[in-house]
Design a protein around this ligand. Sequence first.
Ligand code: SAM
Length: 362
Amino acid sequence: MEGINILTIKVPLKDANKVKTILIREENLDGNYKTLKERLFVYFPIKTSFKTKYVITNKELETLEHLPHSLKDALKTILTKDEMEKVKTAYDCIGDIAILEIDRELRKKEKVIANTLLRVRRDIKTVVRKEGSHEGTFRVQKMKYLAGENKKETIHKENNIRLMLDIEKVYFSPRLSLERMRIAELVNNSKSRKSKNKKSVNKEDILVMFSGCAPYCCVIAKNAKNKVNSIIGIEINPEGHKYGLENIKLNKLDNVCNINLINGDVKKEIPKLAKTNATFDRILMPLPKHAEDFLPEALAVSKKGTIIHFYDFLHEEKFNEAVEKIKKACEKAKKNCKILEIVKCGQHSPRTFRICVDFRVE
Ligand SMILES: C[S@@+](CC[C@H](N)C(=O)[O-])C[C@H]1O[C@@H](n2cnc3c(N)ncnc32)[C@H](O)[C@@H]1O
């Protein structure tokens, strides 16, 4: 044992709790050292000697490791001032995996930074670094393993559900949890559904385009369960679809409502649904890049009263462009629409936001 000889009070085990309470009350317990238990006695580290029926003696005790409160605090003792100015100490967590962004100039220190994070956050088991941005049709992102357990699959918890996913094989953003709950709370909400009878509880049929590993499907099914009749999710990435199916099982949602996940292209799958005259009460379009290309498909399975959630990335001075895209597509489909709300649900870059335009087909 590597310890330091310090002042202690030797207390029989049976009196340990009582004495500890007194030491804390008197502010005489030395929090820099670990308490030692030896057979029938406990040695409490104390700051000063005092008159007592117990034995005061010197004892070799281990020092207590004081963990810094944040990655930033911990790095202050490891990086130079110059490096501290460049390091990004904010990070995302998906399950027990932390995802860092590290500038090129600091890459030689990336392992040190990752190991420091593991020391600060005991709940994190793996640290990775983003390599590049979301790419291709699947919108997936490469991650470089840095420290801890070498794994990319985890279980993430949000909004009363658990989501299993591989952070490299399927798109998932923990930052959208509030947005997912916002939509779940809108389900069968009389204000957005324009229901004349506020008591009407017609359950909704919901279509989630671009469903990924099914976070929207699961959050809605779990949190609006009495208000949903059916949910269909469509996802083109086979890995994303596979995790989607897993997540329905993981959250025991099969029996909550009728959930059907389809592995396919929205462009091909929706015409098949339209052929069966399927229509939906609510349609989600969480593909902010190019969602407008899929508005004709969404409108093809809409009916009077359908609410569509259309996502886009736009500069704060250009939110109206999303409204224009919607109006143009509705005109082409010979449908009327009413814009209900424009919601900022994330920041993409300075002054550019992920927005959701909620509109109703009239
Ligand atoms: C931005 S991600 C959103 C995923 C999920 N909804 C979420 O919030 O985590 C967009 C998803 O759309 C899928 N996707 C892209 N084009 C598609 C298409 N034509 N048909 C079906 N899915 C598509 C991608 O594979 C990706 O998983």
